[in-house]
Design a protein around this ligand. Structure first.
Ligand code: GLN
Ligand code: ZN
Length: 768
């Protein structure tokens, strides 16, 4: 039996790569220093994997920015617009071309936009989307993968296994940049380059190569399936003497199982954490000779592996295939895990004993192999930890479980239907048509951040800190009144992050010191860990909303993060279904909504920024997910009286396939991101005849650019063509916390002016 690893985090256990890259971009260190940092991380990573006892250790999984961008450079897929950079940077500065593609290039009189970035399947990791043209050519453009293998081999010998994104997934994860062709048809041109790459690696001495084909777990068209079949047959005809392992992950193969097991390769890797049930079907169909890599250790979460569960899968596979054909592995690349639990000194030891980060997961993979070979002691230590978690009072709170188990339809339904509520809101708030508001946060200046840092360090007392935050809040309220916004916000100055702020105040959450995970490029996130039943020991936001409301006669919006977003941006429990955890959070937030109402807050916004990104990879599972996600939102929103107006906010605008579910959330007002698409994406709402009120963002907050009044007024006119004008709100695309004050002020003044213009120019009754 072999063990393998599919990939390892590359940011360094102290985020060394992040720091070095940012210094390099700022011109503070040179290329040699950057490379030295990278080399050290790689060496340490390889050593860690060697020490853990992994048999097949990945190389070329390191990346300065993103492994998909690496693949584009390897294959010479460089968009035309970078030609000037290409000729300007000397050949030994290819890294500058690479960073130009990732981040854009504004130097030497050039101004070239970056390539697009999007989420890698259902993860929070963002990759750089390959751009293809109709006449796309492929060639080996850079030598990186060969030099990586060369270095790895010196340290790892035959254990070094180069890793590369497979040809079909590479094409599918890219985008056509012109019309008149389908990128999947490029497979015939692409495969010969893969053949050359694999043959060169074999000549260098590689015994194995890993080709990642995560698209095998997606819904595939006939043509896409044929491309898989074609590509791997063509490769196997022209390559010998090297074993290929095709890696799939994040879901089950389902209807692609037959296709996957018949690819003419040495081994297939499957994800048995997300989809343990697929083992049965894979074993039923697997042909003689194919090795099977069992992804039993969770590469996407922070929990200790339950060895008994994994062993059951391993033994089942061994029974059918024999030990020689079984490989043990983590479910996917460990890129998505934090690096080293040993660095966490502040986590409650009882809970820490239930956890494993990337480094510990390597040990788990190796130990599973040892246990399968008869080492029983390892098993009993592991099972003691699993049992401690299963029965701990820190995890299990009966009252929370009972409340979720007892959910009724009434818990998830407002008292009256929207038209009744709308009338009550009109009477209560007396807002003009096209009411103006913002999404919640105002600029988090260095001053505000420093306040929090000083308070955390103990340099400020709670009272000093809160007084300073109050002052910022009051100033922001005064200013909102001055420019004539209709529904005010308090500015969220007391919050570090929209999920962390709530996690810190809820029971069942913990926070790590170094649990960083790469999000994109040098950007890392440190998600909270939900380890136990979630409850709310006390009010979380009431103090701030109450204070803010007392400063003004205008309506003040309370501001909360919704349950699905909190779930989506945390590491979650794996001992109960996600919907159960979400419902627990939903009740906690619901209680906060009710507390705000009791404190006199008439409008409460519950942000659900992440509902859409939680969509499962397979369409067949969308309805189930959307049902529970929408229901969780409704639970948070339905504890209040009709007179209370519930808003929600979403940071995206593609609602085409989910609009009926968005409508089912039944928020009184929804604000969305539409300005960059020039309102086009409002079409989904228009076609659906979306009944409730809606605030399509009229300006893009992701850039410092100040939009003109005319520009925003014309966006409003477009929106009013599509939707009943009396249902429209006027607001930016998202929160303003990343902006600076000068542009924020200028933009909002123009926005209020645009709303005033609309009130005069757009006849509201006529669309009624
Ligand atoms: N209320 C949050 C803010 O304004 C919403 C942020 C978000 O949607 N990402 O910052
Ligand atoms: Zn947003």
């Amino acid at each position: 039996m072999l063990t393998q690893n599919l990939g390892y985090p590359r940011i360094g256990n102290q985020r060394q790569l992040k720091k070095a890259s940012e210094q390099y971009w700022a011109g503070k260190i040179g290329k040699d220093e950057l490379n030295a940092v990278a080399r050290k991380i790689k060496e340490e990573n390889w050593q860690t994997q060697l020490d853990a006892g992994i048999d097949l250790i990945p190389c070329n999984d390191f990346s300065f920015y993103d492994q998909v961008l690496d693949t584009s450079l390897l294959l010479g897929v460089i968009p035309q617009r970078y030609s000037p950079v290409l000729s300007q940077v000397k050949s030994n500065q290819e890294i500058d071309l690479y960073f130009a593609m990732a981040r854009g290039y504004q130097k030497d009189g050039l101004d070239i936009t970056a390539m697009e970035m999007t989420k890698w399947l259902d993860t929070n990791y963002h990759y750089i989307v390959p751009e293809f043209t109709a006449n796309q050519e492929f060639r080996i453009f850079n030598e990186h993968i060969f030099s990586e293998y060369h270095t790895a081999k010196q340290q790892l010998g035959e254990k070094a296994k180069p890793v590369l994104l497979g040809p079909v997934s590479y094409l599918l994860q890219g985008k056509e940049k012109e019309q008149g062709f389908e990128r999947i048809d490029l497979i015939k041109k692409l495969v010969p380059v893969y053949v050359d790459i694999i043959n060169r690696l074999r000549q260098q001495g590689a015994k194995w190569i890993q080709l990642d084909e995560p698209c095998l777990v997606l819904d595939l068209s006939k043509k896409e399936k044929e491309a898989f079949d074609y590509a791997y047959r063509a490769i196997s005809n022209r390559v010998s003497g090297i074993k290929i392992v095709v890696a799939t992950y994040f879901d089950a193969l389902l209807d692609n199982t037959q296709l996957a097991v018949s690819l003419p390769v040495a081994a297939l890797h499957i994800d048995l954490v997300r989809a343990p049930e697929q083992l049965e079907e894979v074993l039923a169909l697997i042909p003689d000779g194919l090795q099977l890599s069992l992804g039993v250790v969770d590469g996407r979460n922070v929990w200790k592996n339950d060895y008994n569960k994994s062993l059951a899968l391993i033994y089942k596979a061994v029974e059918k295939l024999g030990e020689d054909r079984v490989i043990i592995s983590a479910s996917c690349s460990l890129l998505h895990s934090p690096i080293d639990l040993d660095l966490e000194t502040a986590i409650d030891p009882e809970i820490k004993n239930w956890m494993a980060f990337a480094k510990q997961k390597l040990t788990e993979v190796a130990e599973l192999k040892q246990i399968a070979a008869g080492d029983e002691d390892l098993l009993s230590t592991n099972q003691a930890a699993i049992e401690s978690r299963r029965s701990s009072q820190k995890v299990h709170k009966q009252a929370v479980k009972d409340r979720v188990a007892g959910i009724t339809e009434a818990d998830a339904t407002r008292i009256s239907a929207f038209p009744v509520r709308q009338k009550l809101h009109n009477d209560r708030f007396q807002l003009p048509f096209f009411p103006t508001t913002t999404i919640g946060s105002f600029p988090q200046t260095d001053d505000i951040r420093q306040l929090r840092a000083r308070f955390k360090k103990g340099d400020l007392t709670l009272e000093q800190y809160e007084t300073a935050i109050e002052q910022a809040t009051v100033e922001t309220i005064r200013w909102q009144e001055e420019i004539g916004l209709d529904v005010l916000v308090h500015g969220e100055f007391e919050r570090n992050d929209m999920v962390e702020y709530f996690g810190e105040q809820l029971d069942g959450f913990l926070f790590t010191k170094n649990g960083w995970v790469q999000s994109y490029g040098s950007r890392c996130v440190k998600p909270p860990v939900i380890y136990g039943d979630v409850s709310r020991p006390g009010n979380m936001t009431v103090r701030w909303s109450e204070f803010a409301a007392a400063q003004t006669d205008k309506p003040m919006k309370g501001m909360l993060t919704g349950p699905v977003t909190i779930l989506q941006w945390s590491f979650v429990r794996d001992d109960q279904p996600r919907d159960v955890t979400t419902n627990q959070i939903a009740f906690a937030i619901r209680d906060e909504v009710v507390a705000l109402e009791k404190a006199g807050i008439g409008i409460v916004q519950i942000d659900e920024a992440a509902i859409r990104e939680g969509l499962p990879l397979r369409k067949a599972r969308h309805p189930h997910y959307l049902d529970w996600a929408v229901k969780a939102f409704r639970i948070t929103a339905s504890g209040v009286q009709d007179q209370t107006q519930i808003h929600t906010h979403m940071c995206y605008s593609e609602f085409n396939n989910i609009i009926e579910h968005i409508a089912a959330m039944d928020a009184d007002v929804i604000t969305i991101e539409t300005s960059r698409s020039q309102m086009e994406l409002l079409a989904a709402f228009a076609n659906f005849e979306y009944p409730n009120e809606i605030g399509p963002g009229v300006y893009d907050i992701h850039s410092p650019r100040v939009p003109s009044t005319e520009e925003m007024a014309s966006l409003l006119a477009k929106a009013a063509d599509l939707l009943p004008a009396r249902n429209l709100w006027v607001n930016p695309d998202c929160g303003l916390k990343t902006r600076k004050w000068p542009e924020t002020k200028a933009a909002l003044i123009n926005m209020v002016a645009a709303a005033k213009q609309a009130r005069v120019q757009i006849s509201v009754e006529s669309v009624l």
